[in-house]
Design a protein around this ligand. Sequence first.
Ligand SMILES: *Cc1c(COP(=O)(O)O)cnc(C)c1O
Length: 357
Amino acid sequence: MSNCHIHREAIDAVKNFSLPQELPFGKTIAPVMVKVHYNKGEWSKSELLPYSPLTLDPTCKVLHYAQEIFEGMKAYRVEGQGPLLFRPEENLQRFNMSARRMAMPEVPEEIFMGAVEAIVGACAPIIPRRSGESLYIRPFMFASENGLGIKPAEHFIFLVVASPSGAYFSGGSVQVQIEREAIRACPDGVGFAKTGGNYAASLLSMIEAKKQGYDQVLWLDALHKRDVEELSGMNFFAVYNNRLVTPKLTSTILNGITRKSLIQLARHQGFQVDEETISIDQIIADIQSGKITEAFACGTAVIITPISHLGEKDGTRYALPQAVGEVSMKLRNALLDLQEGRAQDTFEWVKKVAPLA
Ligand SMILES: *Cc1c(COP(=O)(O)O)cnc(C)c1O
């Protein structure tokens, strides 16, 4: 991996690491990381190092002004070949789109891909092997400059860490509260960027929703509080028998790679897929009349998670006809078959990574 210097200690750290029995999603952290510094237009040599804490000055700008972006991607273990990444160039493009919006430098392709391939290559022996399990990969970048003055930073750190993870999806479904008061993202703000602040903005609603027995929050558009947008970290689909509907992309919706892939995959399988603005009133009416047969949320971590109920803050629930829908499960399995290398890769979505050492 010419674009990333591999430290011997990092390879040793992986050798000395053993996977715990239980692998809750994102809890176990791989013992290595890639680190690159950016300083006034120059990128340092990318390095794969043993995992370790960072030392930050208390006035480090990210801690005050939230100049931070991230990505989430997975590598699957495939017997007899190297780990498989899923559409990593999509993550690179989105990362750099987020970077532009947050006034951060774009990470050159060879640095981003070199870093991801180095960590995946090094972690190949510690990717869990059961179906649905994976190495979750988290590239991120933040303003590392010190000082309380508000100005765009010139120093950044780009890091990649990883987590050997169990399947996020346990076979169940989720209940989703419609958020009719708070908003996640406003037009031409930062909703389309994968930046930590969007998550910070969602947490209070999440806490409230949990008190009512919900698992997730469904966000509406900021201007009218009328049109369905997405969940805090997942995109939304409603299924009308053989037709799928998902909100069309705007500046307030994150362009999910799972969403995009499912649209292509579902069309390939003969479903009609419409990307359109759809009001929450319409969704509720269509659930109640039985036109909507199922609904699901999708994202890299869960792939697809079926939605059993939408509901209000006061506890009113709208039950989907199928709590764990057939279409949802069919699409989920089809996508996982591609990601885990069982299905023919007709879309050329998977990328093999060479194991290191
Ligand atoms: C990451 C994310 C998604 C899902 O995107 P994927 O590329 O499918 O993982 C959806 N919504 C938000 C807000 C996100 O941050």
